[in-house]
Design a protein around this ligand. Structure first.
Ligand code: C2E
Ligand code: MG
Ligand code: MG
Ligand code: MG
Length: 279
């Protein structure tokens, strides 16, 4: 990439993404066409039951390979898409793609789709989910939505209504990146959540940091009390698995179990066509 400088020779960065200002503007301009040009695709990262490492589902993660810029981080282009309004279209596309792909997976494997806070708050997320389910024919039991805490900051009555409508469709709701945002225990009781997804920040530091162990342990107690499931993301080592199983965490996701991969690779994994996971 050419170095982007302002007149005084200083590189300017986009405050939202930390990208070079010119790259951020380019991404913003070209994102609208990236879908049509087939530059955006979806990979799936395995989610396993920790007791026996059985594959139970996968999280859909979008990828954009820009012809000039190369790999663009989803964190960055989702932020940009939220700012320019493209998120609604992008979010609907991922939802439909993920439901269609999951339909060809064996058994009852679930697919978890991320929903950006803005798409949840402002967009017609209920309509988008209903359309994706009916167009694909996927059973709603197999669809999970991952929503971050910031979607529930100052929740309007509308947000409660949307959650109730989504639950009525028969899908599951997971709270993503738990512990990094605006954690308020108040809403946990009021929202119809099925699962809490503990942020990888806590998992990464489990072994070195007693505070992380205490936090993850108490989140498990919280989930148990609320009668909901717990999944830890960013699991990379056997030591972490031992600790997580020990405290009763049911599910895990991370490079130890598998990287984000194509739908067909996930099917191979589910059918045991590839190397079985280490016991
Ligand atoms: P997220 O939903 O919390 O996704 C987890 C991120 O952690 C993914 O990064 C995943 O590749 C990465 N990861 C998984 N296991 C490990 C591990 O063991 N170690 C480490 N170091 N990292 C791991 P990715 O794919 O870059 O996505 C980043 C974020 O972008 C996601 O965070 C999510 O917030 C957003 N995103 C991705 N796809 C979508 C999408 O389709 N829609 C929306 N709205 N946001 C998306
Ligand atoms: Mg997620
Ligand atoms: Mg997460
Ligand atoms: Mg995250």
């Amino acid at each position: 990439l050419a170095r982007q400088t302002s007149g005084n020779g200083v590189t300017r960065f986009d405050p939202e993404t930390g990208l070079r200002h010119a790259d951020a503007r380019r991404i913003e301009a070209e994102l609208w066409h990236a879908l049509d040009k087939g530059e955006i695709h979806v990979l799936y990262q395995p989610q396993v039951r920790l007791s026996d490492r059985k594959l139970i589902g996968a999280e859909a993660l979008i990828r954009w390979i820009h012809p000039k810029l190369g790999f663009v981080s989803p964190q960055d282009f989702v932020t940009i898409a939220e700012a320019n309004g493209f998120i609604e279209q992008l979010g609907c596309w991922v939802l439909t793609r993920a439901c269609r792909d999951a339909l060809s997976w064996p058994g009852e494997l679930t697919v978890a789709v991320n929903v950006a806070p803005l798409q949840f708050q402002r967009g017609d997320i209920v309509g988008a989910v209903r359309d994706a389910l009916s167009q694909s024919g996927l059973s709603p039991k197999r669809l999970h939505l991952e929503i971050t805490e910031s979607a529930f900051l100052n929740p309007s009555p509308d947000v409660f209504a949307k959650m109730a409508d989504l639950k009525a469709l028969g899908i599951s709701l997971a709270l993503d990146d738990f512990g990094t945002g605006y954690s308020s225990f108040g809403y946990l009781a009021r929202f119809p959540l099925d699962k809490i997804k503990v942020d990888q920040m806590f998992v990464r530091s489990l072994m070195e940091n007693p505070a992380s162990r205490a936090i993850v342990h108490s989140v498990k107690a919280l989930c148990k009390g609320l009668g909901i499931a717990m999944i830890c993301e960013g699991v990379e080592t056997e030591e972490q698995v031992v600790f997580l199983k020990d405290i009763g965490c049911e599910q895990g996701q991370g490079y130890l179990f598998g990287k984000p991969q194509t739908s067909s690779d996930l099917i191979d994994m589910a059918e045991g066509a590839r190397e079985p996971l280490p016991a």
